[in-house]
Each structure stands twice: as structure tokens, then as C-alpha cells.
Design a protein around this ligand. Structure first.
Ligand code: HEC
Ligand code: HEC
Ligand code: HEC
Ligand code: HEC
Length: 255
């Protein structure tokens, strides 16, 4: 055999030996335990710090917001749904750090609630009726949703009290007082949730605020007359009318 062929064969044998040795010694120990994978990576991944966290991760950092949130109707919406950038990377320790983190991530701030809340609450024909929906333009009247709703517990005001319709002509309405008055006086005929059970008594739930206060004022002044309703209206103060109109107009049209 010529010399150069022998050298080539020796070189090939050496390479094959190197390859076999590499294959024997280089792969990680747990390789192929469950097929073509490194079995130990499962434990490694499981022990890594998660980048997306659930609400309980924030309980220590933001105890006040966490408490309000876990007590309210929005506890079905995880913090990171509204505070996206806060959920990625280290948890900012202060609200101002959170704002900086969000700005840096180029993600819309939850501080523009007219963009955020509308994603889930704008009335859309295809949206399931079980999701509370409003017509944003008439409901919010150009205001931030957070002017009236606490984002962490939206059935309360930002300060924790009842939600107040501040934009009613003639002054602020107290929805809580309207609700109490309605339960005491109106529920018997118009239903506990503003939906009446008798055909001769109109529904009041989700009727327009201005229409309701207009109708009540008309019953008072005699501009509109009804033997059953007029005497009831005459017993109401101007504040009662504001509060009742705010309360009924805010109720859902569903049952
Ligand atoms: C439905 C959306 C939503 C959810 C869910 C939500 N937040 Fe918020 N959060 C907001 C909005 C909107 C603001 C801004 C409020 C404002 O500007 O008045 C805010 C503000 C904050 C602030 C700043 C308060 C301040 O004084 O500046 C903190 C802290 C906070 N949220 C923590 C949390 C934590 C913790 C959770 C989960 C337990 C959570 N949020 C869940 C919407 C949400
Ligand atoms: C990711 C979707 C989502 C976002 C964003 C969101 N909500 Fe909600 N909201 C819900 C769900 C779901 C419910 C119903 C919870 C239930 O019934 O248990 C709800 C309930 C409510 C209710 C109570 C309605 C009722 O009649 O019971 C109000 C008010 C409300 N949200 C206001 C807001 C405001 C204000 C914002 C913005 C700060 C906001 N929501 C952002 C999903 C969302
Ligand atoms: C001027 C004050 C005010 C503003 C601004 C406002 N709301 Fe409301 N909202 C109310 C009141 C009052 C209710 C009735 C609360 C009740 O049922 O006790 C209400 C009720 C709701 C409900 C429940 C409706 C239902 O049929 O169940 C949703 C959802 C809601 N608001 C979302 C929003 C969103 C989203 C925004 C911002 C786009 C917003 N609101 C802005 C005062 C306001
Ligand atoms: C004893 C039964 C009764 C009670 C109590 C009662 N109403 Fe009425 N209400 C009626 C009847 C009946 C009508 C229909 C009047 C008509 O056809 O003009 C009516 C009509 C109305 C209307 C006009 C509705 C429309 O679609 O035009 C408003 C608003 C109203 N009631 C509000 C109230 C409020 C607010 C209360 C509680 C303070 C109340 N009512 C208590 C029986 C009652």
C-alpha cells in the first residue's frame, strides 16, 4: 500500500477514536435519561426565578394595593394584566420606580385608564353579557375611569368610599344614598335592582341619568302626572333626585 494512503487511514482512525471518546465523555451525565434531552435541565428550569409573577408576589411590596385588590371585584384580574412591565424582571420597590420601569419598557402606563379599562369594559356586540360593559363615551364623559373608580376595587371610589357621579348637574350625587333610598321607597314597585316585575311599572335600571331626574322633577312640578308615581316624587328632595338618578342610571340593564 502506498505510504500516503496509510497515513490517510491512520488519520481517519485517530479522528474516529477522538469522536468516540468525545461522545463518551463530553455529554452531560443526565443526557438521554428521557430520550434526546438533558434530564437535569428540568430541575434547573424549575428552580429558576420566574420572570412573570402572580399577585401574591406583590403582597409584600404593595401591601395597601394588594389588600384593596384582594377584597374587591377585580381580584379576578391579576396585577400584571394592568401593570405589565412591573411583572417582568425585578419587582420595583416603589410606585415611582414602577412608572420608570413601565416607561422604559415602552408599554402603555396603566395611568391612562381610558385606554386600559376600555380594553375589557367597552360595550361590544360580541362580548359575553356576563362581562360588565359600558358605553365609554356617555359613561365616562371624557374623564379618566380612575376619577370615579378605584382600579383595584372598582365598585369603590379611589378613596375607598362609594362611587360618586360627580358630573351630575346641580352637584355631586351620592350613589350610596341613592341606593339606600331606592331600596326603602322605590324597590316595591320598580324592583330591587331597578327591573320591575309588573308590566305597569317601568324599569329604571340603566336609564339615562338626565331622563330619570327630568321625569322625577316633572312628576313633582305636575308637568307629568300619574296617580301612583306623582305623590312618591313629591316626597323627594333635589338631592334625593340626583342620588336616585345616579344610582339607577349606573345599574346594569341585565336583570
Ligand atoms: C384593573 C387594572 C389593575 C389591576 C388588576 C391592578 N392595578 Fe394597580 N393600578 C391600576 C391603575 C389604573 C393605577 C393608577 C391609579 C391612578 O392613577 O390613580 C394603578 C396604580 C397602582 C399603584 C400605584 C399607586 C400610587 O399611589 O401611585 C400600585 C403600587 C399598584 N397599582 C399596585 C397593584 C398591585 C400590587 C396589584 C395586584 C394585587 C394591582 N396594582 C392590580 C390598575 C390596576
Ligand atoms: C383584563 C380585563 C379587565 C380590565 C383591564 C379591567 N377590568 Fe373591570 N372587570 C373585569 C372583570 C372580569 C370584572 C367582573 C368581575 C366579576 O364579576 O367577578 C370586572 C368588574 C368591574 C366592575 C364592576 C362591574 C359590576 O357591575 O359588577 C367595574 C366598575 C370595573 N370592572 C371597572 C373597571 C375599571 C375602572 C378599570 C380600569 C382601571 C377596569 N375595570 C379594568 C375585567 C377587567
Ligand atoms: C363620573 C364618574 C365615573 C366615571 C368617570 C366612570 N364611571 Fe364607571 N360607574 C360610575 C358609577 C356611579 C357606576 C355605578 C356603580 C354602581 O352600580 O353602584 C359605574 C358603573 C360602572 C360599571 C358597571 C356597569 C354595569 O352595567 O355593571 C363599569 C363596568 C364601569 N363603571 C366601568 C367604567 C370605565 C371602564 C370607565 C372609564 C372608561 C368608567 N367606568 C368611568 C361612575 C363613573
Ligand atoms: C307605588 C308604586 C311606585 C313607587 C313606590 C315608585 N314608583 Fe316610580 N312609577 C310608578 C308608576 C306606576 C310609574 C309609571 C308612571 C306613568 O306611566 O307615567 C312610575 C314611573 C316612574 C318614572 C318614570 C319612568 C319613565 O320611564 O318615564 C320614574 C323615573 C320613577 N317612577 C322613579 C321612581 C323612584 C326614583 C321611586 C322611588 C323614590 C319610585 N319611582 C317609586 C310607580 C311607583
Amino acid at each position: 500500500m502506498p505510504k500516503h494512503i496509510v497515513r490517510l487511514l491512520v488519520l481517519l482512525v485517530v479522528l474516529a477514536a477522538l469522536f468516540a471518546a468525545g461522545k463518551r465523555f463530553l455529554p452531560p451525565h443526565s443526557f438521554w435519561a428521557y430520550g434526546h434531552y438533558r434530564a437535569a435541565s428540568v430541575e434547573e428550569i424549575a428552580s429558576a426565578t420566574p420572570k412573570i409573577r402572580d399577585a401574591t408576589s406583590y403582597a409584600k411590596v404593595f401591601p395597601k394595593e394588594y389588600a384593596v385588590w384582594s377584597d374587591g371585584i377585580h381580584k379576578v384580574v391579576q396585577c400584571q394584566v394592568c401593570h405589565m412591565a412591573q411583572a417582568i424582571g425585578p419587582i420595583p420597590t416603589t410606585a415611582s420606580a414602577a412608572r420608570v420601569a413601565q416607561a422604559a419598557a415602552g408599554i402603555p402606563m396603566p395611568y391612562d385608564s381610558l385606554k386600559l379599562c376600555v380594553e375589557c369594559h367597552q360595550r361590544i356586540a360580541g362580548r359575553p353579557a356576563t362581562q360588565p360593559q359600558i358605553v365609554v363615551s356617555t359613561h365616562a364623559q371624557g374623564k379618566q375611569c380612575t376619577a370615579c373608580h378605584n382600579p383595584h376595587s372598582p365598585l369603590t371610589s379611589p378613596s375607598g368610599g362609594p362611587i360618586v357621579l360627580a358630573s351630575v348637574p346641580g352637584g355631586a350625587a351620592d350613589v350610596g344614598a341613592g341606593k339606600a333610598k331606592a331600596a326603602a321607597v322605590c324597590a316595591a314597585c320598580h324592583g330591587a335592582s331597578g327591573i320591575s316585575t309588573l308590566g305597569t311599572f317601568p324599569n329604571l335600571a340603566c336609564q339615562k341619568n338626565e331622563y330619570l331626574s327630568g321625569a322625577l322633577t316633572a312628576f313633582q312640578s305636575g308637568g307629568r302626572n300619574n296617580p301612583i308615581m306623582s305623590p312618591v316624587a313629591k316626597g323627594l328632595s333635589a338631592a334625593d333626585i340626583r342620588n336616585l338618578a345616579a344610582y339607577f342610571s349606573g345599574l346594569s340593564c341585565r336583570t
